[in-house]
Structure formats: C-alpha cells, structure tokens
Design a protein around this ligand. Structure first.
Ligand code: RB5
Length: 146
C-alpha cells in the first residue's frame, strides 16, 4: 500500500505519529510537509497532496490541519476527491465501505476518544462494498460544479 500525507502547522505532530504508524504497518508514504511549526495555508497542502495522489500508484491520502475541517473542505473542492473527516473508528470504517473515500482527514488539535492511529486503521482495513453505494457515489460526484 502507498499513501500521500500532507498537513499544515496544526498537524505537524500528528503527521509524525501517523507516518511512524504507517511505516510500522509497512505502508509506503510520500510526505509533503509541512514539518515546521510556522504558519502555512492549509489549501496549499491539500492541493499538493491531491496533485501527488493524481500521479497514480496511491491507495489513499491523509490530510491534517488544526481541526481537519479546512484541509478536508479544500481537498473536496478538487475533482475526484472524497475526503472524509471521521470522528471515530466506526465512521472511518463506514466511509471506506460506503463512500469509498480516497482521502481521510484528522485534526491535530482535536481530542479524539480513540487513538487517531486506530481510527486510521479502521479506514485502511475496511473494503468498499460497491453496489448501491457506487450508485450513490456516482450521484455525489455528479454534484461537482452544480
Ligand atoms: C490554522 O490556524 C487553522 O485554521 C487550520 O489548521 C485548520 O484548523 C483550519 O480548518
């Protein structure tokens, strides 16, 4: 498996934790930063990550900002992206099974009730169910530009 990861200054520490976790799982990563605490703009990092993902060969992307909100909204403005912002491992599992999310976002300043690595694992280990869910995804993606 291969993942692209990017974050703003609100996600530096969480990104490092996620990179260690993915490496321990044997998942290859491309890390686009920022690895510094200086303020940057989260849409720039969403764009970098999506452009890297579009080069191909990636299974998913991980985006992090302070809340996960700005960077996920930014990614979702780009064609073909379904970036989920799960609140727990149940939502993370379901967003793969039903929404086939290709990006997952987290908030570096959010207090989750579970380790973020467990939430991420629930997403990675789930499988898209297809069927009626593909029909709904097709409708969802057709909303772009409306
Ligand atoms: C940056 O201060 C903060 O606004 C950003 O990390 C994110 O939380 C935005 O949604």
């Amino acid at each position: 498996m291969k993942a692209v990861i990017a974050n703003d200054h609100g996600g530096v520490q969480l990104a490092a934790e996620i990179l260690r976790h993915l490496s321990a799982r044997g998942i290859e990563t491309t890390y686009l930063g920022t690895d510094k605490e200086e303020s940057v703009d989260y849409p720039d990092y969403a764009e970098k990550a999506v452009n890297e993902y579009r080069k191909g060969g990636y299974d998913f992307g991980v985006l992090i900002c302070g809340t996960g909100i700005g960077i996920s909204i930014s990614a979702n403005k780009m064609d073909g992206i379904r970036c989920a912002l799960p609140q727990n491992s149940y939502a993370a599992e379901m967003t793969k099974r039903h929404n086939n999310a290709n990006f997952i976002a987290f908030g570096g300043r959010i207090e989750y009730q579970e380790p973020v690595t467990a939430i991420l694992d629930a997403y990675i280990d789930a499988e898209f169910e297809g069927g009626r869910h593909q029909r709904r995804i097709d409708k969802m993606m057709a909303l772009s530009g409306k």
